[in-house]
Design a protein around this ligand. Structure first.
Ligand code: COA
Length: 189
């Protein structure tokens, strides 16, 4: 259920679902973003986890949010998920343009890669599925022909979300970045 697409309105909302707003991150929400980093599974590649020096710090993430805000661009990016009732930010869901999904995953059918991540305390309530459905619909209406996703074989909740959205595993690959196989899934829109 999406009421706004493609453009940002006055309050910055990009997409709206029954329970969620998808809107740009605000600098003062960097600590929430860092919480997502601290909660990541130890099997996630090291470059996506807090390092021994505590980086990225909240200040690093504030900088990133500032830079993203100024980058603009036509894509959806990875907007924050704000719960409409609670008015709190619980994670993000969006599209990585030009990421590995764009060409390397399927050179003949390039397309953005869908990504989502939620604070642990809000998982298991259907938020990722709800947000990702809105993102898929946005992509469809924006003329995207194919979406990709990469997910670790061990990541059952993420695989379930992708399965429910109609993504099909096209192949598996091993990588030095983490244990187990990495699944490459795609959805034709
Ligand atoms: C993946 C993630 C975003 C899912 O968020 P969520 O809001 O909890 O997802 P939903 O509630 O919409 O759906 C989760 C589904 O996984 C299922 N699930 C949860 N744990 C599971 C497990 N251990 N084994 C199998 N299925 C599981 C749930 O039952 C649900 O499916 P169902 O509704 O058919 O029962 C969340 O787990 C997360 O942030 N994980 C860490 C970051 C991450 O892995 N991101 C994706 C990288 S590819």
């Amino acid at each position: 259920m999406i009421s706004r697409q493609g453009t940002t309105d006055d309050d910055g909302t990009l997409l709206e679902t029954v329970r969620l707003l998808l809107r740009p991150w605000r600098v003062e929400e960097a600590a929430i973003h860092r919480e997502l980093w601290t909660e990541r599974d130890p099997r996630v590649p090291a470059h996506r986890r807090i390092d021994a020096d505590g980086r990225p710090s909240v200040a690093d993430l504030e900088d990133r949010i500032r830079r993203t805000a100024h980058a603009g661009g036509p894509g959806l990016g990875l907007p924050a998920l704000e719960r409409r009732a609670e008015r709190d930010v619980i994670g993000y869901c969006g599209l990585i343009e030009g990421g590995p999904g764009a060409h390397a995953l399927d050179p003949e059918h390039p397309g953005p890669e869908i990504a989502f991540e939620l604070l642990r305390r809000t998982q298991g309530q259907g938020y990722a599925t709800e947000a990702a459905r809105a993102v898929v619909q946005w992509a469809q209406e924006a003329g995207v022909e194919q979406l990709h996703a990469t997910v670790w074989a061990w990541n059952a909740p993420s695989r379930r979300v992708l399965e429910r959205l109609g993504f099909v595993t096209m192949r598996t690959q091993t990588t030095e970045n983490g244990p187990g196989e990495l699944l490459v899934a795609s959805k034709i829109l």
